[in-house]
Design a protein around this ligand. Sequence first.
Ligand code: FAD
Ligand code: NAP
Length: 339
Amino acid sequence: MHIEENVSLASLNTFGIEVKAKYFVSIYNESDLLELLKLPLWKSQPVLILGGGSNILFTRDFDGIVVQSCIKGLEIQEENESEVWLRVGAGESWHGLVMHCVDKGWGGIENLSLIPGTAGAAPIQNIGAYGVELKDVLESVDGVHLEQGTHLHLSAEECQFGYRESIFKHQLQKIFFISSITLRLTKRNHILHTEYGAIHDVLERRNIRTPGIRDVSDAVISIRRSKLPDPAELGNAGSFFKNPTVSDVVLERLKRAHPAIPYYPFDNQQFKIAAGWLIEQCGWKGKRIGSVGVHVNQSLVLVNYGRANGKEILQLANSIQRDVEQRFGITLKMEVNIF
Ligand code: FAD
Ligand code: NAP
């Protein structure tokens, strides 16, 4: 285990923000992490766990220890004729994992193709796309409680998953290092989710009437490539804001004032409103201010056109929040983690 000092994080966050970590250490196994916890340095510094940096906005240098999650490994825990339980090291690439499962014919995460980042970060916001969320396939999470120095095993229920939510954003925020996740995947009788219009359209265009998991994954990849900016070319962290949910009463008020507002039924008589549409209606789509802007194809994605700093991106996000609040009376919550 090697602790470096004054390390640039520019290549380790997909916004490409140039900031430095006072200390930086990569963790390849749990025993190294437990050793780290015993060091006097550990007790005196703030800590930031870093995966692929694809859901983070740095607004300043990090004056503490950045712990990079690099634990690797894919291991079948159990299998029968119809299902497989796969344990995945936190430092594995999420998309690499999806491709591995598609190649093996294991179903459940094909809709989550091409999401950047690591497997270990997937439970943090219960990653989701095209009608599937991590919680649909997650069996359990293993990791280390950083204050107690103990290994913890959490069942899916204990992770308290919600829409882009989990216990790791609340009670266990910043004090739990996820070292592996275990997924339960199907080997046959896959349940495919093709209800999102874009997937449906691609399959129809390709004349695929009885799709398999690879067809769905291919469709998702082609939609995402056509629509979303590649962080390697244009700095971004995906959707900056969460889609808000509102009660039926609020929805009726919104529909009266804005008949075209897109909404989707959600849990507990709540409705999900497309945040991208709200932002677009406020005139932000494709708008650029200096080095920062709102992506031309997708209003939920804020981009770094060059040498922006994190504070400029945060200012843009705050302006968008203010306009949406004024026009629709809805407060957009940030999905990206701000440091
Ligand atoms: P990071 O950004 O490094 O970290 C995110 C948070 O998790 C931080 O708070 C960090 O401290 C914490 N964390 C990371 N690893 C660990 C660990 N091992 N233990 C404990 N805490 C940890 N998200 C979606 O949900 N759906 C999408 O469709 C989607 N599409 C995207 C498209 C693009 C182009 C981009 C850039 C992002 C997209 N995202 C999407 C957001 C992002 O990719 C996911 O949230 C991803 O899971 C973040 O993984 P990461 O390893 O990069 O995490
Ligand atoms: P889209 O298909 O243009 O749809 C706009 C919004 O409407 C989405 O946010 C989606 O909610 C919702 N929606 C659309 N069809 C729906 C349906 N049949 N049922 C329920 N909700 C529906 O969205 P997009 O921006 O191109 O993104 C496509 C998918 O990729 C979405 O699931 C999105 O979450 C995911 N994505 C996420 C990120 C991220 O960083 N979090 C980045 C890019 C894409 P949901 O978002 O709840 O699905």
